[in-house]
Design a protein around this ligand. Structure first.
Ligand code: AMP
Length: 570
């Protein structure tokens, strides 16, 4: 074997500390603004952030935390949480962000599974910590993100002994040099929401985090820029807030943290006060914001773009943002196992020459991969399906920021080197992905698949519908038929028949839900996704009118549109 001619460039490891060091050195004066749980608005800069992250690193080292050990966080989006992103990772420990909205039993499982050495927590989570501490005996200390005065004021009734974050930091001088780490060392640990079974850990590396930050910042990805003031609504306890804390350090953007108040009014006021240009979050949050802005008769004066992902962005929401408020929507898809970004719906030059409605249709999909991620859809036999926008298949991905295996699990989840996402999707000729379902949520009617997301998107477009979920109900003739579960907008009414009629001409006849059930609210997961498993349990005994009268079933073979050419991979 001949020795390859090696390149002669510097071998600089891609480490998370290089991001904060870059931001502090080159965008040192750029502001980071946080609405604190103390009730005030805190301001400092990327330079201050690095200094305090170094103080935190020194404090953790003084407490005996070793490189490789996990440091947990239970916190809202704020500057101290940002320090907790950079302090532990800077000296080789792992920042483990914990989702406080999970069930306490799941949180205890996660902390024990991760073997967290210390857990940093926002004071709002004091009752949660008191409940968790007896079940997490290996945690060496619980660190409250506040000073002694605040702790005395708010945490006096806590049973668990706590340390004060500010006292720990005050004991350190911040004169610390980030060590050179192996770029393959672990950086962050994020657990999946665990809708089936226990949550599973995705352990990112410094290299994957930095590469993801580069990828996310590209103009045709999130397109973050130093010209932006970015308000991440997506929580820092969920998949690293889609990489925004890293991409903003890389680009030198201003960061605006909303703290715990994520209602429409609070978000709108902060956006306006801080002249926010860019935001990111799940559809549920934007629903609240759009409702508030409409009811209050407000307009966004600086907001230009928002990333919507985590669940399918309803086309009606995209249109409202763009046509009514002149805010560009970037629809994105990804998952915890992918750090999380996979695809974003941005158009090429050629695509943007097409008629406006054709452009819209493309941008309503989940989009095109970012360089770094590759994807394919496969059928039941594992063979690749065509990229024709019609064939549904299991979506598989691979790339340097996609997991190879789960934390502390020996068996590999990969299939021939690809990670099976559990999503079912089409890919069209333009390479645009469209998620039709989670594989377990797919509705199978007469052997053919119905996309619950498509059905929900039509319902959401009705002016009286606030939220909608489509689930499978058992049916004697078709095995399963779609049931639409709807939350009406306050003070608005719509009847079952009117909603069913609303589907005419919008989807194939055999996709139209057989019935509509109205509810006050829909169950959501800890990350704001519709909890279809729970909904299916709630409606387990629901009998569709079409099932009662199979002979009069509205859907006869003759009436059915030609079903989609569906290789039915499952
Ligand atoms: P999580 O790991 O909690 O971020 O959840 C990832 C899952 O959320 C994906 O596998 C999808 O099922 C779903 N998801 C994320 N983004 C979207 C999107 N834009 N449209 C539809 N589903 C999405």
């Amino acid at each position: 074997m001949t020795t390859p001619l090696l390149g002669q460039m510097m071998d600089v490891p891609l480490t998370v500390s290089s991001l904060i060091a870059h931001a502090a050195r080159h965008f040192g004066d750029t502001e980071i603004v946080s609405r604190r749980i103390e009730g005030d608005v805190h301001r400092y800069t990327w330079r201050d952030c690095e200094r305090r992250a170094k103080q935190l690193a020194q404090a953790l080292i003084a407490l005996g935390v070793q490189p490789g050990e996990r440091v947990g966080t239970l916190a809202w989006n704020g500057y101290r949480h940002l320090e907790a992103y950079y302090g532990p990772t800077g000296f080789g420990a792992v920042c483990h962000t914990i989702n406080p909205r999970l069930f306490p039993e799941q949180i205890a499982f996660i902390i024990n599974h991760a073997d967290d050495s210390y857990v940093l927590f926002d004071m709002t989570f004091a009752p949660l910590v008191d409940g968790l501490a007896p079940h997490c005996p290996k945690v060496r200390g619980w660190i409250a993100l506040g000073d002694e005065a605040c702790i005395a004021e708010h945490l006096s009734s806590m049973k668990t002994p706590v340390l004060s974050y500010e006292t720990l930091l005050a004991a350190q001088d911040g004169e610390y040099t980030w060590p050179q780490l192996d770029e393959r060392a672990a950086s962050y640990l994020c657990y999946t929401s665990g809708t089936t079974g226990n949550p599973k850990g995705a352990l990112y590396s410094h290299r994957s985090t930095v590469l993801h930050a580069y990828g996310a910042s590209l103009p045709d990805a999130m397109g973050l820029s130093g010209r932006d003031a970015v308000l991440p609504v997506v929580p820092m306890f969920h998949v690293n807030a889609w990489g925004i804390p890293h991409a903003t350090a890389l680009t030198g953007a201003k960061l605006v943290f909303p703290g715990k108040d994520l209602d429409g009014k609070s978000l709108f006021e902060l956006m306006e006060a801080e002249r926010v240009t860019y935001s990111a979050g799940v559809p549920t949050v934007w629903l609240g914001l759009l409702n508030y802005v409409k009811e209050a008769g407000q307009r966004f004066s600086t907001l230009q773009r928002t990333v919507i992902g985590g669940s399918a962005c309803p086309p009606a929401m995209l249109r409202t943002f763009e046509d009514v408020y002149n805010v560009e929507v970037i629809h994105a898809w990804g998952m915890t196992e992918m750090s999380p970004l996979g695809t974003l719906a941005k158009l090429t030059w050629e695509q943007s020459q097409r008629p406006p409605e054709a452009q819209r249709k493309l941008r309503e999909k989940q989009g095109h991969v970012i360089y770094g991620v590759d994807m394919k859809i496969v059928g039941e036999d594992g063979r690749d399906l065509p990229w024709d926008g019609v064939a549904f298949g299991d979506l598989h991905v691979r790339g340097p920021w996609v997991i190879d295996r789960y934390f502390r699990k020996d068996d590999s989840p990969l299939i021939n080197g690809w990670f099976p996402t559990g999503d079912v999707a089409t890919i069209d000729r333009d390479g645009f992905l469209q998620i039709t379902d989670r594989s377990k949520d797919v509705i199978k009617s007469g052997g053919e698949w119905i996309s619950s997301i498509d059905i929900e998107n039509v319902a959401i477009a009705h002016p009286a519908v606030a939220e909608a979920a489509c689930i499978a109900c058992s049916h004697p003739k078709w095995t399963e038929r779609p049931l639409l579960v709807v939350v009406r907008r306050p003070d608005m009414n719509v009847a079952r028949d009117e909603l069913i009629a609303f589907y005419d001409g919008k989807v194939a006849k055999w996709w139209i839900p057989d019935d509509v059930a109205f509810v006050d609210e829909l169950p959501h997961t800890a990350t704001g996704k519709l909890q279809k498993l729970k909904l299916r349990e709630l409606f387990r005994d629901y009998v569709l009118p079409s099932a009662l009268a199979v002979d009069n079933c509205p859907l006869t073979d003759e009436e059915t549109d030609k079903p989609r050419a569906n290789p039915a991979p499952r």
